[in-house]
Structures are given as C-alpha cells and as structure tokens.
Design a binder for this molecule. Structure first.
Ligand code: SF4
Ligand code: SF4
Length: 414
C-alpha cells in the first residue's frame, strides 16, 4: 500500500467488491452512447462498458494497470449517466470509486489516479477543502479583478486560473438575513460546504433567508467541514468516510431535525449518513419543495428568463432531475428555459476540471453555445462546481435556485 490513504480497505477486499459489481454488467452497451467521455473520444475504453471491463481485468489479475489504463479510468467524470440508464442495475458509481481506491494502492506511481499525486492532494487538502482559506483566496481574486488584473491572474494560475469565473460575484445584498421568528416550526442545520465563504457565499446567504422565511431556526455548527466528495471520487474512500463521520458527529450534537445542504454534490455525498446515522440529509432545493403549502412565505413576481442547468449530482446521484424547475415554478413571472444537452455532464465533476481541463472545456462548450442562443437574464445551477465552471467559460453569473427564491421572498416584504 502507498501513503495515499492509510484508512483504505485492503487490495484483496477491493478486488472482491469490484468483481462483484463488474460481474453484474452484461456488456449490452446501452449505457455507452450516454457517456460524455465516450462521446468525445469514441474510444470504447473511455466509456462505461470499457471501463468496467478494465476494472474486472485488474481485479482478476489479468490486466496490469499502467498509465494508459489509469487514464481511461481516471477521466471518468463519475457523472453516473451510465448508471441511470443501465437495465441491469450495475452500481457503476460504487464500482469506479472502488476502482480508483484500488489503483491508488498500485506500487507504480504512473498507474495511480492523478488526484492522489502529492501536489493535487496538497491543493485539495490545504485550500479547496478549507472554507476560511478559500474565502480569503476568493476575496483576493475579487480584489485583483477590481484592479483590472483578473485576466492576467487567470492566465498565470495554470489550471486553477482556467477554472476561475470571469466575473467573481460579490455579495448581492447585505440585508438578506431575516430576523428569527418568535415561534419556529423547527430547527435545521445548514451545511455550507467548502465554498460557502467563496463562490457559494450568496447561495448560503439565500438559504439562510429562505429557511428563516419558512419559519425554521437555522443552526450552523462551527465544527462542520468538507463532505469528503473529492476524496471519495479520488481514490481515498477512507478519508471521505472520516470526513462524513466528523460531520455526522457535529450535526448530531446540535439536535437538529435535518441537515440542509447547499449544493447537490455535497448533499449526494452526505446522503450516506441517512442510513448509517439516522440523520435526515436534504439538499436545499428538495427541502424547500418538501414544505407544506401553509409554510410558504409570500413571494413576489420576478421578471426573468431563466436558463436551467441540471447538475449530474442532482439528476443521477440524488435522482431529482426536476427539482430546480419545480422550485422555480413557484415564483411568479419566471420563464424557464432548458439548456440543450442538460443530461450530459458539463465537465466540471469535482476536481476533474483541474485535472483534465481540456476535457472539461470541450464538454462545456455546447452548453455555453446553448446559453448564448437562449440569451437568458439568469442562469441557474444547483451545484457550485458546475456554476463556477460555466462562469469560467463566458461572461455570465450562474446563481443557485435558492438565490432566486430568496430574492422573491425579500421583494415581497414591505
Ligand atoms: S453497465 Fe449496464 S448498460 Fe452498460 S453495458 Fe453494462 S449492463 Fe449494459
Ligand atoms: S460515470 Fe459518466 S463519464 Fe463515467 S463512464 Fe459513466 S457516463 Fe461515462
């Protein structure tokens, strides 16, 4: 075993888990045309069926992983579009996560997944998953932009610069926090994620506003941390599990009735706690949609044409493809527009946008073209990673659906 993650499962155990899932695949190929990476290369090895074959070969000892094999597996976006259409119920998401954990244990460094390299792990663990540090870095980037140097900063900062939005949105309004109601319907915990003081700060503020307007007390425990998604999909399931468990302990101690998560990818990751800890975990859009009619506050008319982006984590992981549209349908005046190819991953996919920027940008291009054709007033996406990736490719700001709801609630107040 390498120094990748000392809490990982032993290789033999991983091989057994991979074999068991891979043998569910009957190699029918129905999933292949739905795969975004296959659509780019037309190489079977870059599609789900090919990846399953490679993983099966590795787990049975018949295929020795090398840099080529690892690249085919590594470029998978874990979008799970293949899993959503598979008639045999192959648990592809679990399979590829186990596959990467298995490859992370390879003695040959060239055969290990890219995110396990020391510099990528440093970036992830020292900046991307540290909310305060990321918030400071975001404020610095906004300052650089105000000085007119944003383009230079983006060019000089390598893949990180390429992934930064062209316009870093600042706080929309400082007066978004509603007073706590004298009697509340309940208490919920708010999971703000690593980007909650940076790219997602407006969405977090909007979530506070919306939850309070529905009559609930919002609890934000200081000890909450990264959900572990980047570790789970980057070959370090042990570390991902440790982070999930730490969040479970923090939120359980507050006694809240539900953990409301701002962001579909984090919600999908923390969803596992529902089984292991009897904790209700709900993505903010889903939580709002689950409120009874009498809990709804007054909402005002918003005269926007809104292009809706559906993240894979919302469509395929949480299996709530209509949630954003359903929430926005409750705001009078909005005209909802569909971005072409919404069922296909935009390429952001957690750290993939940094690890494989060319692939990420190629997959983003048709979406940006569609947005340009639609010429909406607002683009929405329920996942901050997708929102940031889209905004890095064009002069647009991408907002979370809850931001529009909060705006509508505030506009309805005297
Ligand atoms: S993963 Fe499912 S859809 Fe794809 S080839 Fe295997 S059985 Fe067919
Ligand atoms: S998860 Fe997405 S990128 Fe990976 S094989 Fe399935 S469809 Fe292709």
């Amino acid at each position: 075993m390498t120094d990748t993650d000392p809490t990982d499962r032993p290789t033999r155990e991983l091989d057994e888990a991979i074999r068991s899932d891979a043998l569910d695949c009957v190699m029918c190929g129905i999933c292949v045309p739905h795969c975004p990476t296959f659509s780019l290369t037309r190489n079977e090895a870059d599609g789900p069926r090919g990846r399953i074959s490679q993983l099966l070969g590795i787990s049975q000892g018949g295929l020795a992983p090398d840099a080529d094999v690892t690249r085919h597996l590594d470029t998978c976006l874990t979008c799970r579009a293949c899993e959503a259409v598979c008639p045999s119920g192959v648990a592809y998401g679990r399979l590829i996560d186990n596959g990467r954990a298995r490859l992370a244990q390879e003695p040959n460094p060239a055969a290990r997944p890219k995110p396990t390299a020391r510099h990528w792990r440093w970036l992830r663990d020292q900046l991307l998953t540290r909310r305060r540090r990321l918030g400071v870095a975001w404020q610095l980037y906004r300052l650089v932009q105000r000085l007119g140097l944003g383009g230079i900063a983006r060019r000089l900062a390598g893949p990180v610069g390429r992934a930064l939005p062209r316009h870093a949105p600042g706080p929309i309004s400082r007066r978004t926090r509603l007073p706590v109601a004298p009697t509340t319907r309940g208490r919920v915990g708010l999971f703000v994620g690593c980007t909650g003081a940076a790219m997602n700060a407006n969405a977090v503020a909007a979530a506070r506003t919306a939850i309070a307007a529905f009559g609930y007390e919002v609890v934000e425990p200081a000890g909450q941390g990264c959900c572990g998604a980047m570790h789970a999909h980057g070959g370090e399931p042990g570390e991902a599990n440790r982070r999930r468990e730490a969040n479970a302990a923090v939120f359980k101690a507050t006694g809240v009735e539900a953990v409301v998560v701002v962001g579909t990818a984090c919600a999908a990751e923390l969803g596992a706690l529902a089984d292991s800890h009897d904790i209700t975990v709900c993505e903010i859009t889903d939580w709002l949609l689950a409120r009874d009619k009498e809990e709804w506050p007054q909402v005002a008319h918003l005269d926007y044409r809104v292009a809706v982006h559906t993240p894979c984590s919302q469509r395929n992981h949480l299996r709530q493809p209509e949630a954003t549209r359903q929430l926005l349908a409750s705001i009078p005046g909005l005209e909802l527009l569909e971005i072409d190819g919404n069922a296909r991953c935009c390429g952001a996919a957690g750290m993939q946008v940094l690890l494989y920027p060319e692939q990420a940008e190629e997959l983003r291009e048709p979406k940006l073209e569609s947005i340009e054709r639609l010429a909406p007033d607002v683009v929405v996406s329920a996942n901050v990673g997708c929102a940031t990736h889209l905004a890095a490719g064009a002069n647009l700001t991408v907002r979370q659906p809850v931001e529009l709801l909060a705006e509508s609630i505030l506009a309805a107040r005297p």
